[in-house]
Ligand binder design. Structure first.
Ligand SMILES: [Ca+2]
Ligand SMILES: [Ca+2]
Ligand SMILES: [Ca+2]
Ligand SMILES: [Ca+2]
Length: 434
């Protein structure tokens, strides 16, 4: 069993800081153009972020951010609407004002489009609670956010299942009602007597009706810990899904990834963990680069438990499903592969014809203790097989690269939107285990 650093419940201490989001220049990916801080200690401001048009916000084509602060103690979690160009708070929605026993409201945010047909965008907001909580994990569909706020429906999962761990818009209309569907994962949900097998469900965004469910097969699979859309794999015209089941860190259950048809949840393929790649599937994403020249963009999958938690990331061919490249962490406990969110996806910085990918580690500089979870986000060239630049967290629990990302406005006037980098400033909420 690899002992990945575990903090099962975010701890409270006197030196807690509010989270923050930073806007980084898209031109050099280094200059900090703006810093917007959370409002209360430990609020995890930036744990999630979505960009869309918000009432009172920036002029088109710019957008604004809905930023989750699930740790906000005074409100059981909160989401903030932040005007991108100047950081002005437009409005907030508090979890405890919506009724029910919502916990960690704002852990995920996903724009749903216009479910109710009224003026402003509708959102799915997750309140997954925590592993040891008796509160029912909930996803709330809020309509006309920033206008005449309403609630379309709410979806609940079993206590401790972390229903709402990941919530993403599918950008496919499966039931033909004119609105895209969305998915919700619950990586700690039991499948019969198999604990923490995990599950994924697709819901109609208009009605909240469940279209289908896919469950992890074995105890400790933690299916749904990570999920990402990919190009159409089965040729039915709808994009499909990669779903991570990173296992429990044991050699018997090192993790795997399933490829699902988004239309009906049929399993199209499976990626098994390469040797020693524990927690394979902890993070994953479409690379937006075609490494093997077969005309199809490929994927990257993280295994932060690889070799005494040095961690590894595997670039995988989306046609042969074979690993094309392995990127390894250099130091024990570096945990490379904990995430692939950051600043540089969909850009080719070194001109090798391949877009770069962000590869995140939990450990930053060698002298920083692992427990600090500073985080490092490195921009990695898959052509040159080297790090082009990297950025380390500076203070405890920065977890750089683990929060929300997105681009909403052009801050430095160079004609392109500048990316957001979130710094939630609290320990990892949950590491998959049995
Ligand atoms: Ca639909
Ligand atoms: Ca498909
Ligand atoms: Ca390819
Ligand atoms: Ca490149």
């Amino acid at each position: 069993m690899v002992s990945l650093l575990v903090a099962s419940t975010p701890c409270e201490s006197q030196d807690e800081r509010p989270g923050r989001i930073e806007v980084i220049s898209g031109a050099d990916l280094q200059t900090v153009l703006a810093v917007y801080n959370g409002s209360e200690a430990g609020d995890e401001f930036g744990a999630a972020a979505g960009s869309d048009t918000l009432p009172g916000g920036s002029p088109a084509p710019e957008r604004d951010w809905l930023v989750g602060a699930p740790g906000a103690q005074t409100s059981s979690g909160r989401v903030w609407a932040v005007r991108a160009r100047d950081g002005q708070r437009l409005f907030s929605v508090d979890g405890d004002l919506l009724g029910g026993e919502l916990e960690r409201f704002g852990h995920q945010v996903a724009a749903l489009g216009h479910v109710d047909g009224r003026q402003f965008t509708d959102w799915a907001i997750a309140a997954p609670a925590s592993v040891d909580s008796e509160a029912a994990p909930t996803v709330v569909a809020l309509t006309d956010v920033g206008g005449a706020l309403g609630e379309a429906y709410r979806l609940e999962g079993p206590p401790g299942s972390l229903f709402g761990w990941r919530v993403i818009n599918l950008f496919e209309d499966l039931d033909g009602d004119g609105n895209f569907e969305f998915l919700v994962t619950s990586p700690r949900e039991s499948n019969g007597n198999k604990s923490a097998a995990g599950a994924l469900r697709i819901f109609s965004s208009k009605t909240g009706r469940r279209l289908y469910t896919v469950r992890g097969e074995e105890a400790g699979d933690n299916l749904g810990y990570s999920v990402g859309p990919v190009r159409d794999q089965d040729g039915d015209g709808a994009r499909d899904l990669l779903v991570g089941a990173p296992g429990d860190g044991s050699k018997d259950r090192p993790g795997h990834v399933v490829i699902l048809s988004s239309r009906n949840g049929a399993v199209l393929g499976r990626l098994n963990a390469p040797a020693k790649a524990l927690h394979f599937g902890f993070a994953l994403r479409l690379i937006l680069a075609d490494l093997d020249g077969d005309g199809r963009e490929d994927w990257i999958v993280g295994a932060p438990g690889y070799r005494k938690a040095r961690g590894a990331a595997y670039a995988i061919s989306s046609s042969s499903l074979e690993p094309l490249q392995r990127i390894r962490g250099r130091r024990k406990n570096q945990q490379l592969g904990v995430g692939f969110k950051g600043l540089a996806v969909n850009r080719d910085l070194d001109g090798d014809g391949l877009n770069e990918v962000n590869v995140n580690s939990l450990l930053a500089k060698p002298k920083q203790p692992l427990k600090d979870q500073l985080g490092r986000t490195a921009i990695y060239s898959l052509g040159a097989r080297s790090v082009l630049q990297s950025r380390d967290g500076k203070e405890s629990f920065d977890r750089l690269g683990d929060g929300g990302t997105g681009s909403a406005a052009d801050f430095d006037g160079d004609g392109s939107f500048d990316p957001l980098l979130a710094i939630p400033a609290r320990p990892l909420a949950y590491v998959p285990a049995q």
